[in-house]
Structures are given as C-alpha cells and as structure tokens.
Design a protein around this ligand. Structure first.
Ligand SMILES: C[S@@+](CC[C@H](N)C(=O)[O-])C[C@H]1O[C@@H](n2cnc3c(N)ncnc32)[C@H](O)[C@@H]1O
Length: 417
C-alpha cells in the first residue's frame, strides 16, 4: 500500500469551538459595507435562494459551516488555489516553513479538499488548477482523497509563451479533474467547428464533408434500446441496429441528404452521417486547451474591467473557465463553487455561460480579505467584490435584449468573521 504522508501543520479552525465563534454578516449594500448579522436560519435561506453568493472569509471554516447544508448538493467545484511558487504576487503564494515548502501546502489543501469532496453531488466533479510547483504532490493528495479511480484527466491549458528558465519553456498549466464517483459522472462534451473535410464523394452542393459514425455495430447493438430500428438505403439494403439518433431525427437526416449510404448505385456501405466544413460537431474534449486566452490577455481584460492595474496578479482567462463549465454539461440550474475566488473570474465566466444558453446556474465564491501585497490599500476580497459589481452592471446593460423570463442575476455579499 502506498503511504503518502508529511508533517501535518495544524490550523486554528481545526478546533470546531473556534469555528463556532465565527458569525456570518451580510453587507447592507454593495459599495458601502455596513454588515448585518445573519442568524443561521437567515443564512440557510440565502444558501437555498436563487442568488449567487460572495463570501469574504477563510474557506476552511466556511466549508465546515456549509457542509451540513450543502452536503451532496454542489454540481461542480472549480478552484485555483495558491500554487506555492514562492513568488510575490498580490496574494500570498509561499507556504515555506522551517525550510520545507510542501508540508504546509499539503496540510492546507488536504483540509479543504476533504470537505469539498463531501459537498459534491454523486454526479459531480472538481477541477483544481495548479502548476508544476505542486502538481505531483496534488495528484497524490487527490488520489488519496477522491480515489485514483475517480481521476478524470489533467486538462492542460497552453497559457502563452511559456514560463522559461535556462533549460526549457513550460507552456502549460494544469487542471486536475476528479469525479465524486466516475461511474456516475456524465460524459464530457465539447463543440468543434469542422474545417478539415477535404473531399466530396457524392458532389454534394454544400461542399466538402467527412463522414462520422452514427450507429453501433450489429454485435454491439442493444435490441431493446429505443434507438434500435431499421433503415433502408436507396438501393434497398436494410440496416437494422442501434443508432445514435432517434427514428424521427434519422428521418430528418435522410430527408436532408445527411446520411451517406456509400457510392451509387450500390449504396451498400454502413450508413454514416455527413459532416460539412463549418458545421458544429460534438466531440469528446481534448485534454489540451489551446483555444482560449493567454495569461497576458486575461490580465489585460481584468485591468481594463477594473480600470486600474496591479489589483490582482494572474487571473485565469474567463473563457478557460467557461470552457470547463461547458464541457461538463451541467444542468442549467447547477450549483457551482469556487472557494479560492481571487479576482472572481469564475463569476464572470458563469454569467457568460448563463447568458449564452439562458441558464440560471448559481455560484458560491469565497475569498479571504488578505491584504493585496502590491496595493495594501485594498484586500483581495475588495478586488473580487469590485469585479462582481462591474460584471453585474455590464450584464445589466446587455440584458435589455434578454428574454423576459430571464431574471437579472443577484449576488448576496456576505462575510465570515
Ligand atoms: C490563484 S488565486 C485565484 C485566482 C482566480 N482563479 C482568478 O482568476 O482570479 C488564489 C486565491 O486564493 C485566495 N486564498 C488563499 N487562501 C485562501 C483561504 N484560506 N480562503 C479563501 N481564499 C483563499 C488567495 O487570496 C488568492 O486570491
């Protein structure tokens, strides 16, 4: 048996008595913070409401407090914890203690990931962003907490020109994905625009196409499946098997000449679907993400949105998080959590996804009020709050065109202290 262990570093909130001394407050308005004490039942009401939640505070006691209310209820967790690079950013990224840098980080992460796992629903998963500083430690830690069998993949983001030293340039950052229970996790799906079809075997006026599978082989077909039926090619050849589409959809595909039965006049090949260039195709997502913004453009976006530089270092690109939310194929009312919120990229990404498909997914964000090491007049939670307010007002400006049944997003601003 593999025994992965380190010197555990205790924390104040290991003690539940310390957690019970904390109270939750609600900002009376978004800009001027005059906190109002919330009773446990008022807090529970907010947790069950339709509002997004931003909580200023340490995520460890917060996770302990919500574990009773949200156990098994969270559909997706995305976190981007401090990577422990030892660099000076706007937030602390150094867990070095007595000359040893992994133990404190592992102890910190183990506490939070163990609680996070309890919150995940049976069909949920967690994405954890990381770089090579702690990637290998994190993999072993997550195997211990979630089970190696629940590892889904490492989704690698190509983040720009690369972090270089004298020997190499590292082009990727990592996003480990673990399921609560991989057997119950829905398959992931991505959309790709086809541009590689090079031929047009039946001179279709719509141009070049390639063919994709649209059925199971006869031996792998399930005769009791609702999509088990027969279709007949133009030459009369019968194909009875399990198809990937319903009989109604197949009828439509045949009527629009989207099914290829092989060359005429024989028309005797296994029917396949024709996919034209510029058509959207559903694919199993690649684990290398190379079509989203870079670190540099993500930083520029945040600086422009906030109207000030140096408020937060290394925000993730909004479209990277949109991509992760979208491939998971969450229900439109999913509950998402990011308890290392930083500048609040997850909030902006979620609002964009909701706007695109008229979803009403909710998120809970948590961020400590740690002092911004580059602009000590602000805390990082101030920055996150400011971004949320900006994104909400941008969203309100663009939502004039939104359907009437799409309620404007609202956020509860809370703090735990
Ligand atoms: C890498 S940043 C997250 C960046 C974020 N994904 C974005 O795009 O803006 C990690 C964040 O976790 C926050 N953090 C660290 N320890 C925390 C804790 N115990 N509770 C809540 N937030 C914490 C840090 O202040 C920092 O803002």
């Amino acid at each position: 048996m593999l025994n992965f262990s380190w010197d555990d570093k205790p924390e104040l909130y290991d003690d539940d008595n310390e957690v019970s001394k904390l109270k939750i407050y609600r900002d009376s308005d978004e800009n001027q913070i005059v906190p109002l004490y919330l009773s446990p039942s008022e807090f529970e009401e907010i947790l069950n409401s339709q509002s997004h939640i931003f909580l200023e505070g340490d995520n460890y006691p917060f996770l302990k407090i919500v574990s009773g209310h949200l156990e098994g209820k969270v559909d997706l967790i995305y976190i981007d914890p401090p990577y422990n690079t030892g660099n000076t950013f706007s937030y602390n990224d150094n867990f070095l203690q007595n000359g040893e840098r992994h133990s404190a980080w592992l102890s910190f992460m183990k506490r939070r990931l163990t609680l996070a796992r309890q919150l995940l629903s049976d069909t949920a998963c967690i994405f954890i962003a990381i770089d090579q500083s702690e990637l290998y430690m994190l993999k072993l830690l997550c195997d211990q907490i979630f089970g190696e069998e629940n590892f889904v993949n490492d989704f690698m983001w190509l983040h720009g020109k690369g972090k270089k030293d004298k020997w190499s340039r590292t082009l990727q950052q990592h996003t480990l994905c673990y399921a609560k229970n991989k057997r119950l996790l829905h398959p992931f799906c991505d959309i790709e625009i086809t541009d590689w079809a090079k031929s047009n075997p039946d001179d279709d006026p719509r141009g070049n196409w390639f063919s994709g599978s649209i059925s199971f082989t006869e031996s792998r077909s399930n005769p009791r499946h609702k999509n088990f039926y027969e279709i007949i090619s133009p030459s009369g050849k019968k194909w009875r098997r399990q198809w990937l589409v319903s009989p109604e959809e197949m009828e439509m595909l045949i009527a629009t000449d989207k099914i290829y039965f092989g060359k005429k006049p024989e028309y005797d090949q296994v029917p396949r679907i024709k996919i034209f260039n510029s058509e959207e195709t559903e694919i199993i997502p690649k684990n290398i993400i190379d079509n989203v913004e870079s670190t540099r453009t993500a930083q520029r976006h945040l600086d422009e949105l906030l109207g000030e530089k140096d408020l937060f270092d290394n925000p993730k690109p909004v479209d990277l998080i949109e991509h992760l939310i979208e491939i998971v194929q969450l229900p439109k009312n999913a509950l998402i959590m990011d308890f290392f919120a930083g500048s609040g990229t997850t909030f902006e990404a979620l609002l964009n996804v909701n706007e695109r498909d008229q979803g009403h997914r909710r998120c809970i964000l948590v961020q400590t009020p740690e002092v911004n090491l580059k602009k000590p007049e602000y805390t990082i939670s101030d920055v996150c709050r400011r971004r949320i307010v900006k994104v909400l007002s941008k969203n309100a400006a663009s939502s004039a065109a939104a359907p009437a049944n799409q309620a404007a997003p609202s956020v509860e601003f809370l703090s735990l202290r």
